[in-house]
Design a protein around this ligand. Structure first.
Ligand code: NIG
Ligand code: FE
Length: 419
């Protein structure tokens, strides 16, 4: 597969023709849920015409007719098309890795034990503080190139490995510069210099010293509401301050314990609550009755050997759900949404249709981009993944296989196995 220097080049007009299928989740003004979650429109023997970075037309080949003017054609025979994938939850801005910790965990150490001993997130904080902004930008670009090869054309990335003013802001700038949607995760862990004063005082510092500039750079704020990180009172204070500064709200919640994330998310009008591996029946029902999207991260649960989130129960109860990788060096060193799609179908009990909607339209809602991302439809951004099979569901069926043939972003070929 060739990757074009991170810069998409190609024609202004691109006709992807003779596709076996074009599959696009049904679009709604709100996230899809209930039976609508499983609605995917499939056109057989179809084309997609892209102009000026947008989808101009999509339809069956028999209705294509003559195309006037210059147009570059892409042969879609034997391929199927789905919308460019949207990864709405990553921690793609970090320096270093945690391969040593990975080996320790394989030998029996738990993620929480490593964190409590000053490793885990805090070891990535040390590496990220030492890296410098240029290196951070290069890291996000490298990680984004991995995601792109796997079909992700839109990604969110969080800060949260700086935990001081300078590095948190550098992370947000690096994410923006690399084309990501930035989320401020200042409240990810309490850094060593604030350990004595504690989590509440660290939240005071974030709101007083970092928020004003973070709010200029980020689109949303996020908090790790968990035993050993931030409790519900601290999370509320952080998120309310962020909302007052104009940021949308998200939470890491119910990853290890139910500590009040779902009620808080609903009360403060968060866009999403993410993880939910520990969510019980009452939480499922509460989330289903709300407008908050539940973001499920099965790669993270499996990577840590933890219970999986109650995806089927959430979907059946009518909750709006999204899927994401949680790509990060500690709990999910996985940048591939197709792998997550496979896990959703084999481990979470979702159908391929539901899983596709969850990492396209619904993920786009979490990022407030559902008016132009997550579907193949006229007027939408021309972000298209060509799957190397005549049935798009091979994207989920082929576990970690080479199913992504070509990725089109903004109407230009961004990477292809055909080059
Ligand atoms: O979503 N749980 C908190 N944060 C990340 C992990 C970050 C890390 O381990 O570096 C997560 O799993
Ligand atoms: Fe996360």
């Amino acid at each position: 597969m060739s990757l074009r220097d991170g810069h998409d080049r190609g024609p202004e007009r691109l006709l992807i023709r003779d596709l076996s299928q074009v599959a696009s989740p049904a679009g709604r003004a709100a996230p899809v849920r209930g039976p609508a979650l499983g609605e995917v429109d499939v056109l057989e023997e179809a084309y997609v015409l892209c102009e000026g970075g947008r989808v101009a037309r999509v339809g069956p080949m028999r209705e294509l007719g003559a195309i006037e003017g210059d147009v570059v054609e892409l042969d879609g025979r034997g391929l199927s098309a789905v919308p460019g994938l949207v990864d709405c939850h990553t921690h793609a801005c970090f320096a270093g890795d945690r391969v040593e910790e990975f080996a320790l965990r394989a030998a029996g150490a738990s993620y929480e034990e490593l964190h409590a001993a000053g490793g885990g997130i805090l070891s990535t904080v040390r590496a990220t503080r030492a890296a410098g902004e240029d290196a951070l930008r290069a890291a996000v670009e490298r990680h984004a190139s991995w995601m792109l090869r796997a079909g992700t054309t839109t990604f969110e990335a969080k800060s949260g490995y700086g935990l001081d003013r300078e590095t948190e802001l550098a992370q947000l700038r690096a994410i923006r510069a690399a084309g990501g949607v930035p989320t401020w995760l200042g409240a990810h862990a309490v850094p060593p210099e604030h350990a004595d004063a504690g989590a509440a005082a660290y939240v005071d510092f974030l709101l007083a010293e970092v928020l004003a500039e973070a709010a200029e750079l980020a689109e949303a704020a996020d908090v790790f509401l968990e035993r050993g990180a931030f409790d519900a009172t601290q999370a509320r204070r952080y998120l309310e301050g962020c909302a007052a500064a104009g940021l949308a709200l998200r939470l890491h919640g119910d990853q290890f314990t139910e500590a009040g994330a779902i009620p808080l998310a609903i009360e403060i009008g968060a866009r999403s609550v993410d993880h939910l591996e520990a969510t019980g029946h009452a939480g499922v029902l509460a989330l289903a009755a709300s407008d908050v999207v539940g973001v499920l991260l099965p790669a993270s649960a499996l990577f840590l050997g933890r219970p999986l989130p109650p995806a089927r129960a959430l979907a059946d109860a009518g909750a709006a759900i999204a899927l994401a990788t949680d790509f990060n060096p500690g709990s999910a060193y996985c940048e591939s949404l197709p792998v997550v799609l496979s896990l959703a179908c084999t481990q979470l009990g979702l159908s391929p249709n539901e899983a596709l909607a969850a990492c396209t339209v619904n993920a786009a809602h979490v990022l407030a981009r559902a008016d132009r991302k997550g579907r193949i439809a006229p007027g939408f951004d021309a972000d298209v993944v060509l799957v190397a099979a005549d049935d798009w569901r091979h994207l989920a069926y082929h576990l970690a296989g080479p199913v992504v043939h070509t990725v089109v972003r903004a109407g230009r070929v961004a990477c292809s196995s055909r080059a």
